[in-house]
Design a binder for this molecule. Structure first.
Ligand code: GLC
Ligand code: CA
Length: 532
C-alpha cells in the first residue's frame, strides 16, 4: 500500500495570534509566521495547522467567524495568506486551516439577515418558538451556558447554539447552508491550501429524541464534503475534531467498522481524542492498561486513513469522555487547584501538567511519536512553555511564543501586549525560550528535533503495524511497529521504578548506538526505539 503524505506527516498546531508579530501591534500575524518558517523547517515539521484566521469578534477566539471569505485584519489579508502558503510550500511544509462549519458568530451577515427573516437567510439557523426542543443534547460550555437555546429580540424566537450564545448553529437541514459551506472550502483550497482541521463536527444536525451528536444525517453531509474534496482537491486532507467515545470517534473515518480493507469515505484523519487522556492516566498510575485498552478499542481503522495524535492543544485538556472516577483521578493528579480546571477539563500546558519533569515530558513525546498516528505538536510545547491559569477561559495556554529573553520574549516589539508573556521564575521567557534551547545541545528542543528526524526517517513509527507485547511489568509499555522489512521495538517505562527487559540485538535509533541482545535496564520514565 502506498502512504499518503498526511499519514506520515508531523503537524505543528500554531495559534496565530500568539506566534509571531511582524508589524509590532502586539498581535501575532501571517507575515510573522512567514518570518519564522526557517525555525519550523529546522524543527522538522512537515505540516502546519493554523488556528482560525477569519474575521471574528473573538468571543471564542476566532471560532466565532463573522466572514468565511476573509482574513482577520489583525492577522493580515488574503494576499498574506497566499504568501504564507507559497513560502511554506517552498520549504515542503503543507498548510491546514481551521474550518468551522457548525456555527458562525452572531455578527455574521447571515445571522443578521436571518434575524430579520431576509431571504435567502431566513432558514440558515435553527430557530424555534420555544426553548424546549432537543432537551437531550448536553451543554458543552458548562461553566458559561445554562441552555443550548438563546432568545433573539429582533426575530422574536429562540436560536440553537452548542457553544457560546454568540455562536448560533447553522441549520444543515437547509441545502443552501450545505452548499455555502462547500463553497467556503473551495475558496481556500483554490488558494493552494492543503486541507482543514474541521471543528466540532458531531453537532451539525439536530433530531428530537437524540443527543443531537453523531447523527446519520451529519455523517451523510460530511461524506459529501469528502466526496467534493476527493473530486476537486485530491491532494488535500480533512482532519476531524470529534471528541466522542471511541466507537463514535472512529465512525468519522467512514468505511465500515472492523474492515480496514474497505476505504474510509469520510475524514482522512481524526484527532485521537480517545487516546489522549489515557496517556496521562497511564503515566499517573504507572500502568500501561489504559493505553493498551484504548488502542484495542480504536483499531483497526480503514487502511487509507490515519489518526492524528496529540498531547495538548489550544483548549482545556478535555475529560468529557472518560468515566467520572477517571476524571476525578486525573483532576486530583493533574489539576489540584480549582483554577486549573475548566468545564470538564484542565487548562494547563504539557510541561506544568508533568511538573516540569524533563523525563516525563520526553516520555510523553516519545509515546506521541511512536504510537500509531501522525503526531500534532502544540506550539511552545517543544520548548516546554508554561501557562498562566490567572487568564480567563483558555487564554492561559495561548500565551505568546517565547523566542528569546529580550522584551516580550522576542514575540513582538509592541509596548503593550494584549496577552502577557509568561514571566514566572520557572517557565518565564528569561529561562524558557527558543534561542537559549537552540544554543544548548542538551535542551528539550534538540530532543524534539531528534524525535522528529528519526520519526521522519522511519515511517513505520507513524504508519506501521502495531504489535503490543505482554510483559510482566504493568509499568512497561512495549510494542513493535512494523512496515515492510523494518521492525522497531518501542519501550516505555511509565513508572518511577527501574525495570529490566530482555531485548534482541538492535540499533537504538535515538542514541544511534548498536546493542547486542540481552537484558536492558530501563531507568524510571526511560524510553527506547530499537530497530531490530
Ligand atoms: C472546538 C474548538 C474550540 C472552540 C469550539 C467551538 O472545540 O477547538 O476552541 O471553542 O470548537 O467552535
Ligand atoms: Ca501584528
Amino acid at each position: 500500500m502506498t502512504t499518503s503524505w498526511w499519514q506520515t506527516a508531523v503537524f505543528y498546531q500554531l495559534y496565530l495570534r500568539s506566534f509571531s508579530d511582524a508589524n509590532g501591534d502586539g498581535i501575532g500575524d501571517l507575515p510573522g509566521i512567514i518570518a519564522r518558517l526557517d525555525y519550523l523547517q529546522d524543527l522538522g515539521i512537515t505540516a502546519l495547522w493554523l488556528s482560525p484566521h477569519y474575521p471574528s469578534p473573538r468571543v471564542d477566539d476566532g471560532y466565532d467567524v463573522s466572514d468565511f471569505y476573509d482574513v482577520h485584519p489583525e492577522y493580515g489579508d488574503v494576499e498574506d495568506f497566499k504568501a504564507l502558503i507559497a513560502a511554506a510550500h517552498a520549504r515542503n511544509i503543507r498548510v491546514l486551516a481551521d474550518l468551522i462549519p457548525n456555527h458562525t458568530s452572531d455578527q455574521h451577515p447571515w445571522f443578521q439577515a436571518s434575524r430579520l427573516r431576509q431571504a435567502p437567510y431566513d432558514d440558515f439557523y435553527v430557530w424555534s418558538d420555544d426553548d424546549q426542543r432537543y432537551k437531550d443534547a448536553r451543554i458543552i460550555f458548562l461553566d458559561t451556558e445554562t441552555s443550548n437555546w438563546a432568545w433573539d429580540e429582533v426575530r422574536g424566537q429562540y436560536y440553537w447554539h452548542r457553544f457560546y450564545r454568540q455562536q448560533p448553529d447553522l441549520n444543515y437541514d437547509n441545502p443552501q447552508v450545505q452548499e455555502a459551506m462547500l463553497d467556503v472550502m473551495r475558496f481556500w483550497l483554490d488558494l493552494g491550501l492543503d486541507g482543514f482541521r474541521v471543528d466540532a463536527v458531531p453537532y451539525l444536525f439536530e433530531r428530537e429524541g437524540t443527543n443531537c451528536e453523531n447523527l446519520p444525517e451529519t455523517h451523510a453531509f460530511l461524506k459529501r464534503m469528502r466526496a467534493m474534496m476527493q473530486a476537486e482537491y485530491p491532494h488535500a486532507v480533512m482532519m476531524s475534531e470529534a471528541n466522542q467515545p471511541p466507537q463514535e470517534t472512529m465512525r468519522y473515518f467512514g468505511g465500515q467498522p472492523g474492515r480496514p480493507d474497505i476505504p474510509g469515505d469520510e475524514f482522512h484523519m481524526c484527532l485521537h481524542f480517545p487516546l489522549m487522556p489515557r496517556l496521562f492516566m497511564a503515566l499517573a498510575r504507572a500502568d500501561r492498561t489504559p493505553i493498551v485498552d484504548i488502542l484495542h478499542a480504536t483499531s483497526p481503522i480503514p487502511a487509507n486513513c490515519q489518526w492524528a495524535t496529540f498531547l495538548r492543544n489550544h483548549d482545556e485538556l478535555t475529560l468529557e469522555m472518560v468515566t467520572p472516577e477517571e476524571r476525578q483521578c486525573l483532576w486530583d493528579w493533574y489539576a489540584p487547584e480549582p483554577r486549573m480546571r475548566l468545564n470538564l477539563g484542565i487548562r494547563r500546558r504539557l510541561a506544568p501538567l508533568l511538573g516540569n519533569d524533563r523525563r516525563k515530558i520526553e516520555l510523553m513525546f516519545s509515546l506521541l511519536f511512536s504510537l500509531p498516528g501522525a503526531p500534532v505538536i502544540y506550539y511552545g510545547d517543544e520548548i516546554g512553555m508554561g501557562d498562566n491559569i490567572e487568564l480567563p477561559d483558555r487564554n492561559g495556554v495561548r500565551t505568546p511564543m517565547q523566542w528569546n529573553d529580550s522584551a516580550n520574549a522576542g514575540f513582538s516589539t509592541a509596548f503593550d501586549l494584549p496577552t502577557p508573556v509568561i514571566d514566572d521564575p520557572v517557565y518565564g521567557y528569561h529561562r524558557v525560550n527558543v534561542a537559549a534551547q537552540l544554543a544548548d545541545a542538551s535542551s528539550l528542543l534538540h530532543r524534539i528535533r531528534r524525535f522528529i528526524r528519526i520519526a521522519r526517517e522511519h515511517p513505520a513509527l507513524a504508519a506501521g503495524e502495531l504489535t503490543l507485547l505482554d510483559t510482566p511489568h504493568p509499568a512497561l509499555l512495549a510494542f513493535y511497529r512494523t512496515m515492510g522489512e523494518e521492525r522497531i521495538l518501542c519501550l516505555h517505562n511509565l513508572g518511577d521504578e527501574p525495570l529490566r527487559f530482555s531485548v534482541p540485538a538492535a540499533t537504538d535509533l535515538l542514541a544511534d548506538q548498536h546493542l547486542p541482545a540481552g537484558e536492558r535496564h530501563l531507568s524510571p520514565y526511560a524510553y527506547h526505539w530499537l530497530k531490530c
